[in-house]
Each structure stands twice: as structure tokens, then as C-alpha cells.
Design a protein around this ligand. Structure first.
Ligand code: ADP
Ligand code: MG
Length: 689
């Protein structure tokens, strides 16, 4: 079989070859490491009597009936008898050749999932061939695949990869092993997992507790730890400007001017950041803090240190609203101190944009706030020393790299501070952000009362509206969030527009605003201004307000069709209220699909929201419900997702890999390099983000 990475001059790639590349299976070793999702047992013939419902079984039996029926729809019904029981096989698509092969009296071998039911055992579309013939000697692997790539082709490709790949050991000899059953060699483990002998326990294979699986999971985790540690060490060789706070500098001035005192937690993370900034090594720190914990001011104080030292600072946020709000807040804090702040957003007028770009390039603007517009190619900084990314999980790896690249000096990088309100559970942090330093604000500013959350059926909407009236009476403000309808932005909008009309009518005499992502920026800004200044009582919006918006007087949030939102998203939204001293509430309105019931996961999410306000707990449950792949998204973490290891069940293996990685890099650097190359191949540049 030709290698899929044939040079361009050779024959064009066949469809399955292209599919292999799409799956990332380019090298022999990639194929060898493409392990089965599950197995099928074609090593034996079972008796129908012994089959349990749901089993995939291989049987040999004699056809006793074969007929085409037209009800409830056209299908071929074949009854077979193996002497122990009978089974009905159904085929909805079939050819005359099927009928011939399945003629009464023929003996066949069939494989398929067996279901029980009214008519006894049935198989839908089993595969079949004449009875007899040899039985497989090993379990048959089933691989994850894509359209256009048949299992049979993939199996051959894997065998080929397995035969040609270099499977020599990369783990140093004599290391302690986390599995008391001892270590399998890589070669044996791979051979076994691709073609397990039939005597093995299918359970141990399926739950991946078999020693061969353990060996592979250890390898995978080690590769991940090694690559992250390598990235960290490479970064440690780079230089960044050492930024030290000046006495009587801007840092102290801002601190003195703030209308509040920092919490203990803010002070602590402030010190952690200051220590990093003072070093000549680029900071790479993740600042975690629940919504409303006060991350912005921590970032602003860090910016003051950079500016004091004569460097520029950039703050990048994922949405225009958020960038605008940061800009307003920072100007409010910094203008009195004589610090010039520029802002850059996509929808800016040309003239304003040009003026801003000039301020940034000349260095006159010490602080630059903006959206992705900040990392556009034509944006030139005079001397970027500190880059802050707010809601970092909303940005991709390439964007983070681009911002870092705005430092002009060769061999140097700016300090990076990444902020997130989506806390990353410990095992995930250790695994995916192993190369990041983490600071946590684990304390909310004083005087906040916890948000009370209620789950309410949409049938009781009228009650909710009257509750809004009561809040407004007390001089409070209200958010009403309409869901994002994935398939259609237009529908999305209709929904929000209708709700806006409905509320405007129900709450006469109150200014009800509407905010959605398609509005021109100036209009969005006008609406936000009215809401921020308190003139607008109710703000109906689509999820554009999701991140970071800060209006302390808002004390009630209604989320419509809350069942359509993810858990972390609900928590972020809810964090928009409870920012002031007033008792705040969040109402999760849910709709049920035409008399149906909410799905179990939707109910689980809503329950979690009622039960806890703690962002870490929410994140833990979210992870439980969604699994790490979805929770992080490869795009967001930059680190390759684990394919085999499971952080919950394999925490012990992760500890082992974490301990081994530095030793291996120090004592066996060549083995480490081979190990990373083998497992991560061409993906390693991503790890530097
Ligand atoms: P987040 O961490 O979600 O980004 P913000 O930085 O937007 O939170 O802060 C939420 C609100 O709390 C803001 O109005 C901010 O000015 C205020 N705040 C921040 N720190 C404190 C503090 N130590 N005491 C009182 N209010 C604070
Ligand atoms: Mg924020």
C-alpha cells in the first residue's frame, strides 16, 4: 500500500488515502497508534439460545422462511433456525441476490446486533455469508473512521503501519512503573490491542484497564507532559523585559484612586504576577477567577507596572461589547493618572481607526484595548511588554500566538496574562495547562449576596414578568436573555424582538432595550450606555452579553429557554447579576418541546445551576456532563486532546507521567525527543501557544 504522504509528482491520492490524512494518519507510527474503538468477536459461533439482547453475535443457522412484505414498509424478512432457537432478520434495502443467497434451506453464517421483541429475536441488516469457512483467530478491531474510508481498508493500513513503524522503546530502562502488573513492551502492547487473542476479557479491553492499555495510556500522558514541559523550558530561554514597579509610580497611584480595597485574593495574585513581571523570562500565567471576582482591576494594575517601566500593554477581549466596556472602565481609572488608552475594534470608522493605529505605533498610547482587531497585521506596537487576554478560552491558539508576535524585538516575547472565568478542574489543568502558571482569585469582593436561582416553566412566564415589575419598582435593573438558535440567526432575532415587544407592552413606562449581535456597533453602544447609566430598566438581549458585562445595579436575570444553554454558559450569564450589594436572582425559564419532557442532561444542568453558585463546582459538573474533549475543545487548549487516557480514572497515571517528564528531559533528552515526535508528530508547534 503506498504511503499517503506521496510527493505531489506521483499519482494523485485516492479517496481512502485522503481520508487517512484527514484522520491524521500520515506516518506508519500514526497508523500503529490508531487503536481500536472496540472489537467484534468473529472467533466463535454462538447459539441463539445463549445470545443476550443487545449482543453482537455471530451465528450459523438454516433459513426456514424468506419473504418480502410491504407493511409497515417494504422489507425482506428471513427466518433462520440454528437448532436452539429462531431469529428473524430484516433487510430494508435488498437485491435479488440477497433473496437468492437467503433462499429457504440455505445454511448461512450471519453477524449482527440481536434484539428481542414481539416476534422473538431479530437482527437488522446483519452481514452474512454461506456457513462454514474459517473463524477469525483474534478479535476483529473496529477503528474510528470517516466517510470514504472502509474498515477493511483501514484495517489493512493499520497492519501495514504496524509492520513498518519503528516501535523501539523510548521509555528509559529501569523506570518505576505505575502498574503493579508490570510493563508490556510497546510492540507487544500494540500487537495485542490491534489483534487481541479471543481468551482475553472483553471487559478489560473495553474499560481499558488491561495492562496493554495501561502501557499505551502511560505513553500518551508522558508525551503530553514532555511536550508541555519542553515548551515551558523553551520559553524560559526567551527573554522578556524585566518590569519592576516604581515607588510613587502609576501602580501605587491607581491603587490609591480605586473606590474599593482589593480583596486578599486579588492582592495575592497581584503579587504572583508582579514577581513574574520582574523577571527577564516571559510570564505565561493563567488568572482564574469566578465571574465577578474582579479580574479586570488585577489586569489594570499589572498594566500599570508595565507602563511604569516604559512599555506598552495590550488587553484583548473576545467581543466588541466587552472591549468597549473595558475601554470605558480603564479610561475612567487611568485618564486621571495621565495614561493614554487607545482602542481598536473591527467596526470602527476608518478615520478613528487610523488615529488609534498612529497612537499605538508611536507609543503615545500606553494601553491598547480591543478585540481581535488588536492582532491584525497592520497593527504595530512601539514596544509591547505585556499582553493580557480576557476570557482566554474564547480565543484560539493562533490568536494567542499572533498577539505574542506583536513584540518586535528578536528573541524576546511580551509577558502574557490570560484570564478566564471558566475554571479548569485540577486534573485538566495539570494535564492541558501543565506549562502555565496558574493564579486563582478564590474570593468575591465583599458585600455580595449570593444569587438565588429558580427553574420555572415557560407556562409561568406572566408571573416572571410581574416579578420584573417589582424589581423595577425598587430601582433595580433586569436582564432578559434570549437563546441562540444555532441554525438560524434570523430566528434568534425574531425571538428576541418578540420578547422585547412583549415586555415593552407589559411594562409600560419603563425603557426596555434590545441588544443583538447584528446591530451596528454605535447602536449597541447607545443601548449599553442607557443600561449602564441606569436609564434603561430592562435589557433584552441575545447571548451577546455573555461575557464580562458589568452593571452592578442589575439584580435580576431571566434566561429564556435555559435548557438550550451549556452549563458554563449559564453560569457566565448568571454572573452578570449579583455584582452589587442587592440580593439578586436568576430565573431559568425552560420550555418543553410539544408536551415532551426535558432531556436528562438538560435537567441535570438546570439542577446544578440551582444547587451551586461556585464556578469550580459548576466546571466540575460541566466536565462530568460533557467530557474533556468538548469542555476544552482542541482549538482552545492548544494541547492535543488525549485519545486513550481518561483524566478521571487515570489520575494516578497522570501523576506518574508528571513526575517522569522532568527526569526524562534531563537525563534522556534524545529519548524524550523521539517520544514526543512519535506521539505528536507534526502537531508540536501548537504546544507553544
Ligand atoms: P470579572 O472577574 O468577572 O472580570 P470584574 O473585573 O468585571 O469581574 O469585576 C466585577 C465588579 O467588581 C466590577 O464592578 C469591579 O469594579 C468590582 N470590584 C473588583 N474588585 C473589587 C473589590 N475588591 N471590592 C469591590 N468591588 C470590586
Ligand atoms: Mg471580566
Amino acid at each position: 500500500m503506498p504511503s499517503p504522504s506521496t510527493p505531489a509528482t506521483a499519482k494523485p491520492l485516492s479517496a481512502p488515502q485522503k481520508a487517512l490524512i484527514k484522520l491524521g494518519l500520515k506516518r506508519d507510527i500514526d497508523l500503529a497508534l490508531h487503536l481500536p474503538l472496540r472489537y467484534e468477536d468473529e472467533t466463535r459461533i454462538v447459539k441463539l439460545r445463549d445470545v443476550r439482547e443487545g449482543d453482537t453475535a455471530q451465528i450459523e443457522a438454516t433459513v426456514t422462511a424468506c419473504e418480502v412484505t410491504l407493511r409497515p414498509r417494504r422489507q425482506l424478512l428471513v427466518t433462520v433456525d440454528d437448532g436452539s432457537d429462531t431469529c428473524v432478520m430484516r433487510f430494508f434495502s435488498f437485491y435479488p441476490s440477497h433473496q437468492k443467497a437467503l433462499a429457504v434451506g440455505n445454511r448461512i453464517r450471519a453477524r449482527g446486533e440481536v434484539r428481542g421483541g414481539f416476534m422473538g429475536l431479530t437482527m437488522m441488516h446483519p452481514s452474512f455469508k454461506p456457513a462454514g469457512g474459517h473463524l477469525a483467530e483474534a478479535l476483529t478491531p473496529v477503528y474510528s473512521t470517516v466517510a470514504g474510508l472502509a474498515q477493511a481498508y483501514l484495517r489493512r493500513a493499520v497492519v501495514n503501519g504496524l509492520n513498518h513503524a519503528d516501535l523501539s522503546e523510548t521509555l528509559p530502562p529501569g523506570i518505576a512503573w505505575p502498574d503493579p502488573r508490570g510493563a508490556w513492551s510497546l510492540r507487544d502492547a500494540l500487537q495485542f490491542l490491534h489483534h487481541p487473542t479471543p481468551d482475553v476479557s472483553l471487559a478489560a479491553l473495553e474499560d481499558r484497564s488491561h495492562p496493554a492499555w495501561v502501557r499505551l495510556k502511560c505513553e500518551e500522558l508522558l508525551a503530553q507532559q514532555l511536550s508541555q514541559l519542553t515548551a515551558k523550558r523553551e520559553r524560559d530561554l526567551l527573554r522578556a523585559p524585566a518590569l519592576k514597579p516604581r515607588t510613587q509610580g502609576l501602580h501605587g497611584q491607581l491603587l490609591a484612586a480605586l473606590p474599593f480595597a482589593l480583596t486578599q485574593a486579588q492582592q495575592r495574585v497581584g503579587r504572583e504576577i508582579a514577581q513574574d513581571l520582574a523577571r527577564q523570562v516571559p510570564m505565561h500565567r493563567l488568572l482564574q477567577g469566578d465571574v465577578g471576582a474582579g479580574k479586570t482591576v488585577v489586569a489594570a494594575l499589572a498594566a500599570m507596572v508595565a507602563i511604569d517601566a516604559g512599555w506598552q500593554c495590550a488587553l484583548m477581549a473576545p467581543t466588541e461589547i466587552l472591549a468597549t466596556q473595558h475601554f470605558a472602565k480603564l479610561v475612567g481609572w487611568l485618564q486621571p493618572l495621565g495614561v493614554k488608552v487607545a482602542w481598536l475594534i473591527g467596526s470602527q470608522k476608518k478615520k478613528e481607526r487610523a488615529a488609534m493605529l498612529a497612537l499605538v505605533e508611536s507609543g503615545e498610547a500606553a494601553l491598547v484595548v480591543g478585540t481581535h482587531a488588536v492582532i491584525q497585521e497592520h497593527v504595530k506596537f512601539k514596544n509591547l511588554g505585556l499582553a493580557v487576554i480576557d476570557e482566554q478560552h474564547r480565543f484560539g491558539v493562533a490568536q494567542r500566538l499572533a498577539l505574542r508576535g506583536k513584540m518586535q524585538a528578536p528573541g524576546m516575547e511580551p509577558h502574557m496574562l490570560m484570564m478566564t472565568a471558566t475554571p479548569i478542574p485540577r486534573t485538566l489543568a495539570m494535564s492541558y495547562y501543565a506549562d502555565l502558571d496558574v493564579s486563582v482569585i478564590d474570593e468575591l469582593p465583599p458585600g455580595r449576596t449570593p444569587i438565588v436561582t429558580r427553574v420555572v416553566s415557560d407556562h409561568r412566564r406572566a408571573e416572571v414578568v410581574s416579578r420584573i415589575g417589582a424589581q423595577l419598582q425598587e430601582g433595580r435593573q433586569v436582564y432578559w436573555v434570549c437563546p441562540l438558535i444555532e441554525e438560524s440567526e434570523a430566528l434568534d432575532l425574531t425571538n428576541a424582538t418578540q420578547t422585547h415587544a412583549e415586555l415593552s407592552q407589559a411594562l409600560s413606562g419603563v425603557l426596555v432595550g434590545l441588544l443583538h449581535s447584528r446591530m451596528p456597533v454605535a447602536e449597541k453602544k447607545a443601548v449599553m450606555d442607557l443600561f449602564t447609566s441606569g436609564q434603561m430598566g430592562v435589557l433584552v438581549s441575545t447571548t451577546v452579553i455573555e461575557v464580562g458585562v458589568d452593571v452592578p445595579n442589575a439584580s435580576l436575570m431571566v434566561i429564556e429557554h435555559a435548557e438550550r444553554f451549556g452549563l458554563s454558559q449559564l453560569h457566565q450569564l448568571r454572573g452578570r447579576v449579583g455584582r452589587g450589594a442587592a440580593a439578586s436572582a436568576c430565573v431559568l425559564l425552560y420550555g418543553t418541546p410539544e408536551g415532551g419532557r426535558l432531556s436528562e442532561t438538560a435537567r441535570e444542568r438546570l439542577r446544578a445551576m440551582v444547587e451551586t453558585n461556585d464556578g469550580f463546582e459548576i466546571a466540575r459538573r460541566d466536565l462530568e456532563i460533557r467530557g474533556p474533549g468538548e469542555f476544552l475543545g482542541a482549538r482552545q487548549s492548544g494541547a492535543p486532546l488525549l485519545r486513550f487516557a481518561d483524566l478521571e480514572t487515570d489520575a494516578q497515571l497522570l501523576d506518574w507521567a508528571r513526575a517522569l517528564a522532568p527526569l526524562m528531559l534531563d537525563r534522556h533528552p534524545q529519548l524524550a525527543e523521539r517520544h514526543i515526535g512519535r506521539w505528536l508528530g507534526g502537531k508540536s508547534e501548537y504546544l507553544k501557544a
